[in-house]
Design a protein around this ligand. Structure first.
Ligand code: GLA
Length: 412
């Protein structure tokens, strides 16, 4: 098969593996990127502001309609972890409409650990429940996003399959509707109380820009990333799935803090509506850890807005200091960091040419993202490697990423 030269090697591999496995060419190729989030830690589910960007690492899905009533997915990079239906050797089959709703219920899927199959199965479930069709597909899934590392490989899988099923089901969704549906896979199918940031960023990413997203109105403004800077991602190698981490405690704690504050601030919808002055006045009514959680959210929202302004004015030092403060608050007030992430962040902060660094995504494991001067990439990377090795006896996986465009579908 001759490929267009604009297709990346990973995309070409998805297509050639499809042809090998299914004996015909794929009809569609969907690409969905992962994301970094420079500010706005754990505030999306409190309707706050976040500052993510899509990255130049993606999930690819090559797909075509299946002839029978079964969806078959071959996952090229994944060891099969024993999916709950018929899956073996990185390949899984599951029946889609009409059998799916009765076979795969959220109750069945909630049990951790999840396997990669839960994500496409969840997309199919959500589409079916939204009254849209998810016709049987033959598909190959591959990508170059580190899995479960806080750069949203799971949102990318959800978005790539949504795009493929949109083409197969011949319906048209707005990008925002797609982000909402992909979030429902997490909330309603997998039982993770996460916000919309990851799916939104994967769908709306814009080359060279972060997105200042208001998670209540779901409107975003692009903020250009300054030239001469780079994003360095260091992966601690420590993995924890959101479904079996303490992640879900945090949305619950935020809701509890909101309910208590509402006695003093009637009409309060979420912690995003609490100003710093309100918090200082009423914080004492919150028991621990709710007071620390609320303070993190209120201050982090303010940091995001201040950070976007600083970036617009090319004030990289202020922007970097806010990124560092975001990590410190995630560590001290929100309790989502771990020593491995603190070690990487602290090493980056003290390296020449690093503006700021913080844990990526949910925390509890995964990566630290450092915002650095382009000329300092090697120095910051070495500082993180050495500090990590001294403490943990091994090196992190480090890579530089660019902020790229959001997901797209190619008709082949
Ligand atoms: C995960 C969730 C997001 C967000 C981040 C923390 O990535 O999926 O919705 O809550 O953690 O900022």
């Amino acid at each position: 098969m001759a490929f267009s030269p604009i297709l990346s090697k990973t995309a070409q591999r998805a297509c050639s593996s499809f042809a090998q496995r299914f004996g015909r060419e794929p009809k569609w190729l969907a690409r969905a990127p992962g994301r970094v989030n420079l500010l706005g830690a754990h505030v999306d589910y409190s309707d706050g502001w976040v500052l993510p960007g899509a990255i130049d690492r993606s999930v690819w899905v090559a797909a075509a309609p299946a002839s029978g009533d079964t969806t078959t997915i071959l996952a090229l990079d994944l060891e099969d972890e024993g999916g709950f239906l018929d899956s073996a050797g990185g390949q899984a089959r599951f029946a889609t409409v009409p059998a799916l709703p009765s076979l795969l219920t959220p109750e069945k899927a909630h049990r951790p650990p999840l396997t990669w199959l839960d994500y496409p199965a969840g997309v199919s479930w959500v589409l079916t429940h939204a009254g849209l069709s998810a016709p049987p597909l033959d598909a190959v899934l591959t990508g170059d996003i580190p899995i479960g590392a806080g750069v949203s490989s799971s949102a990318a899988v959800e978005v790539a399959f949504l795009l493929a099923w949109q083409a197969a089901g011949e319906f048209e969704l707005e990008r925002l509707q797609m982000a909402r549906l992909a979030r429902r896979v997490e909330n309603d199918y997998l039982g993770v109380g996460s916000g919309i940031m990851d799916q939104y960023a994967s769908l709306h990413g814009r080359d060279g820009h972060l997105l200042l997203l208001d998670c209540r109105t779901l409107e975003s403004q692009p903020v250009p990333v300054a030239g001469g800077t780079a994003l360095l991602v260091a992966d601690s190698g420590i993995r924890r799935q959101l479904v079996d981490s303490d992640y879900n405690d945090r949305p619950r704690e935020c809701a509890e803090a909101t309910a208590l504050l509402r006695h003093r601030l009637p009409g309060l919808r979420t912690l995003r509506d609490v100003g710093l002055e309100d918090l200082e006045q009423f914080e004492a009514i919150l028991p621990e850890p709710l007071a620390r959680r609320a303070r993190h959210v209120v201050e982090e929202c303010a940091r995001v807005l201040a950070g976007a302004n600083a970036l617009r004015q090319d004030d990289l030092v202020t922007f970097g200091n806010l990124i560092r403060a975001s990590h410190e608050s995630s560590r001290d007030l929100y309790d989502v960091s771990i020593p491995a992430l603190d070690t990487l962040a602290e090493a980056a902060w003290s390296a020449e040419g690093c503006y700021g660094a913080r844990l990526s995504g949910a925390g509890f494991g995964g990566c630290v993202t450092a915002f650095v001067d382009e000329a300092a990439i090697d120095g910051v990377s070495t500082a993180m490697d050495e500090a990590f090795e001294r403490r943990f006896g091994r090196r992190p996986e480090t890579f530089v990423c660019r902020i790229g465009d959001g997901a797209r579908l190619v008709h082949l």
